[in-house]
Every structure is written in C-alpha cells, then in structure tokens.
Design a protein around this ligand. Structure first.
Ligand code: FE2
Length: 550
C-alpha cells in the first residue's frame, strides 16, 4: 500500500509522542508478563496494556524533504529526497508517453560526521536523457510515493534562456514561499541562490523549514545552484544538500548556452587562483559571478568584499554582472570602473538579498542606479547579444529593469557612458559610515570652547580602512555658523590615507559669548567637509555638529 507523504510540525510532535507512549506501554506489558504473577489484577492490567499498544500504532514513515532537482545537464539530472527511515528508493521517470524508466537507490548519502541520522538523504542520478526534453517523475521510498515532479533537460545550444537569481531567504519561510511562488511563471531554466538559506546552517531541521518546505513545489521542477552564505556556518550541510565536493571547496562554475557562472566562497589565494584560471578559460559571451558578501554596497552591511582582489580579476576577465546578497535589500550600481582607469572594463554590481530575511534600510549614493529595501528576486533573460534583468517584488510587480547590449565583445556606447567611478562607493564610507553610522568617518574633537580673543582648537582624525592613495578634501565652517564664528584657516585642506596619517587641527574663533545648553553649544557650531572625486568633482558635503570633548 502506498501513502502520499504528508507533514506538519504539529503532527510530527503528536506522532513522536504517540510512538513514545506506545513503546512505553509495550515495555511495561513485557515487564508484567515476565513477573510470573498470575493474579487477576495483573492479567487485567496486561490485557489493558496490550490493547492500548494495539490502538496506538507507531508513526508511519514519511519523506522529510520532498524530491528536488540538482546538477542539470543535457543528458543528466539528479533527484534528491530525504526520508525519516532507511528505505530503498526508486525514481520512476518518463518522457511523454514512452515507457517509464526506473533508477533504484539502495543506500542513503553518507551523513557527515557530527550530524545524526535519521533522517536519511537519498540521491539518484538519471542518465541517458534527451536534451531539451521534458520528463515527469516521482520518487518511491519504501511504501511512500512522492508528489509528482517534472523537469526539462538542458538544451545543447540554447540561443536564449532565462534564469532566476536571489538570496537571503532565511528566517521567514512564509515570505520565502511567496517569493518562490513567482519563479515558475517566468519559465526559468534554473535558479541561482547567493547564500543564507537558513538561520543556522548546522541545524538540519531549519533546512527543511526555511528552504525545502517553502520551495517544495518549485525546486521539484527547477534545479537550484547554491552559493555559500555566512549563515551556512561550517558549510557542511550546504555541501551535503547540494551535493558539492566538500565543505572545504564550495566554489565552482558551470556553463549554459553562451553564459558562464562562477559561484564563489572566499577570497583565499587558492580560490582566487582557480577563478583566474577558470575565467581565462571560458569563451562564453556572458559572465556572471554569484557570491554572498557584496563587493559594492551602500545600505545594510555596507560590504566591500573583494575590492582589492576579486574586483581586479573581474575587470581583467571582463565579468559582466556580479550578483550578491547579505544586505537584505536591492541595490543596482551603474557599471563601475576605477577613477584612474575610465576606459577599464565596467562591471555591473547587484545586491539582491530579498528572499525573505528581515529587510535592511536602503541608502543612497550617486553610483546607485536603483535601490530599495524589499523582498524581491531577479529574472535574467540571456540572449546572444543582450541580457535583460527584471527585478520583481514579492507580488511579481516590476521594480527595475535594465538591458546590457554587447556585440562582438563590445558593450554599446550608452552602457559605457553610464559607467561611474568605484570611488563614489568607497567615498560613501568616508563620508557617512554604514547605515548605523559606524565604520570609517572623520571625527572632530573640540577641546576648549572658543571665546572672543581666545581661540578654541579642533582636532580631526580619520578612522576606517586604509586606502592605496590619498583622498583629498576640504573642511569649512557651515553656513549657519559663519555669522558667529571664524575658522583659521577659513578652508582647511585634508587628506585621507589611513588612520595613522589622516589627522590635523584648525582654530576656531567666536564673535560673541557662547553658552552651553544640554551639552550643545549656542549659537550652533558645525563644520562641513567634502571629499574630492577626481580633479574637479566634489562629493556631497557632510555636516558635523561640534561638541565639547575634554
Ligand atoms: Fe549574510
């Protein structure tokens, strides 16, 4: 007899308790039978226990994870599922009305050291498939038969195709489910996930609640490629569930049609060497990198991962688009190039951390084409001479779209003209810090209140990352303070290189008597500073109110 797998946390608890009670009754019944006490009361109790054992049957087996697809190819596909019992599994699959084929799996995938089994993960590789062909399938695990699924094999030479990209789907399964429910509508060939699938990657149960249940009716017909996020912790379960070589090697690449995809885990020397070689070898028209921490990011974490080593490699090998997450929002930068190399290859950077994790505040920056704090996903349409990215909100409404055209290896003029200097993003940190006001910034310390005839001194210093060349700027009195104060010099030039060398001082004179009110100086005293971008442009000014610090 077959049972269609059904689940539910409440039912799980009920069934677990029922099983425990049943076992306890059975143990007690066995104990009483062994006492050799043949009194009426004992016989009655034994009979009652036996009756209860029979009316409380043990829990039925179930699929703890419904079948999902991995490692698609022109002639292969992997189907994986998880069961709470050891049971031989079969994948029954067929093409149209042809006779069904069967792949049998006797043993589960080896459970990683330090993790418990059950549940047991099973993997079946379907081979000798026909390219560009739709198959239907279902999994039989012991007596249980899964919901039916389907898939379409990769085309041998696809001209055009669509994929979905998103990330940070942890912690809110309901939102994740709603985001994922839109995917099929766009008919994608596959899904790319930039990491943070679950709150805690070492907790096996949360893979089920945060990922496999919300995507149950999605990844049974669209294969998913995974990148590592920091919430995957040791990465062991990521490697396990996505059949990656090991938790120590969570980077890889694959090609589909005229596109190449690199999944990155770290900026360690060996991985960078692999990336350099891998990108050099590909002849693909379009190159995408998918990884977790953004290289350029304003809101949320304000990440700048790999600016010193990944970003130069991207330029060297003409990467088109970087897709990341980690900050739970959407950001699209104009294509970025270094300030000193305006003719360098521009790269478009997208932060897409909208899969369901708690949303972060978005920021603003002149290098940002679009940004918003929202749940969302990307629909990327790849064609021979263009890629179009659609950014869709949780209800599938279009928030942003852009197209990159490339012919014979050259971008069109409009795209090249839209490029912005990377320094616009780097300077944002200097001027504003991250969204919480932390990290790099200029601090001002007024050690003595200025009085008529008695100047006060302001010391400024920079705290933040080192730069490889100095950024220059100027400090002046704010407009509102000019009526009551003077500054010596009136314009104080400064230079930011690192915390050690980026400090200085200037004097302030008051035109009248000052007062202190609740720690604030009256009349108000504030300075503004601006940082130069290139030789002519000045970044947006930053105003700082001065307080007395002794
Ligand atoms: Fe993250």
């Amino acid at each position: 007899m077959f049972h269609t797998a059904a689940r539910g946390n409440g039912r799980d608890k009920f069934d677990n308790n029922k099983e425990r009670i049943s076992m306890l009754l059975l143990d007690t019944f066995t104990f009483i039978c062994n006492t050799k006490d043949n009194s009426e009361a004992t016989i009655f109790l034994a009979a009652l226990l036996l009756h209860l054992c029979l009316v409380l049957p043990a829990r039925a087996a179930e699929l703890t994870i419904q079948p999902y697809l991995l490692k698609p190819g022109t002639t292969v596909m992997t189907v994986q599922w998880e069961s709470d019992t050891l049971a031989e599994g079969t994948v029954i699959f067929r093409q149209d009305t042809k006779a069904p084929r069967v792949v049998t799996v006797k043993e589960p995938v080896k459970t990683p050291v330090g993790y418990e089994a059950p549940p047991y993960l099973y993997a079946a590789t379907l081979t000798d498939l026909t390219p560009s062909t739709r198959y239907t399938y279902s999994v039989k695990s012991g007596d249980i038969v899964s919901k039916p699924g389907y898939f379409t094999t990769f085309a041998e030479k696809p001209d055009s195709f669509t994929f979905i990209a998103y990330g940070d789907s942890r912690s809110n399964p309901d939102i994740h489910k709603k985001v994922g429910a839109n995917f099929s509508r766009h008919n994608p060939q596959f899904i790319l996930h930039s990491g943070d699938f679950v709150m805690n990657g070492t907790n096996r149960g949360s893979w089920r609640t945060d990922l496999f249940e919300p995507l149950e009716d999605v990844i049974n017909h669209i294969p998913l490629f995974a990148a590592y996020g920091n919430h995957e912790r040791d990465g062991v379960m990521l490697a396990f569930y996505f059949s990656l070589p090991s938790s120590k090697r969570l980077y890889y690449s694959f090609d589909y049609g005229n596109a190449h995809f690199n999944f990155l885990r770290s900026t360690k020397v060996d991985e960078l060497a692999w990336l350099d070689k891998d990108l050099a070898a590909t002849k693909a028209t379009w190159k995408f990198a998918i990884y977790h921490y953004p290289s350029f990011n304003i809101g949320g974490h304000g990440a700048k991962w790999g600016q010193g080593n990944l970003v130069p490699l991207f330029r060297k090998h003409k990467l088109d688009v970087s897709i990341t997450g980690h900050s739970h929002l959407y950001e699209r930068f104009y294509p970025l190039v270094p300030l000193d190399e305006p003719k360098a290859h521009p790269v478009t950077y997208i932060v897409s951390g909208g899969g369901g994790a708690p949303k972060y505040r978005a920021g603003s920056n002149p290098a940002l084409a679009k940004s918003k704090s929202m749940s969302h996903f990307l629909v990327v349409k790849v064609r021979p001479e263009s890629i179009t990215v659609e950014v869709r909100e949780i209800d599938d409404t279009l928030f942003d779209t852009f197209t990159i055209n490339k012919k014979d290896g050259h971008y069109d003029k409009a795209y090249l003209a839209s490029a912005m200097p990377e320094e616009l993003v780097k300077l944002d940190k200097i001027l504003y810090g991250n969204a919480k006001g932390k990290w790099s910034k200029l601090d001002f310390h007024l050690s003595k209140l200025p009085q008529p005839g008695q100047p006060g001194q302001v010391v400024y210093n920079y705290s933040g990352p080192d730069f490889d060349r100095p950024f220059k700027g100027v400090i002046t009195l704010s407009k509102e303070s000019q009526a009551n104060y003077t500054m010596e010099p009136a314009e104080m030039p400064f230079s930011i290189l690192n915390a050690e060398k980026s400090k200085g001082s200037f004097r302030l004179l008051a035109k009248g008597q000052l007062k202190m009110k609740k720690g604030h100086i009256t009349p108000p005293l504030s300075v503004i500073y601006r940082v130069k971008i290139g030789t002519t442009k000045m970044a947006k000014p930053k105003t700082v109110s001065l307080k007395l610090r002794q």
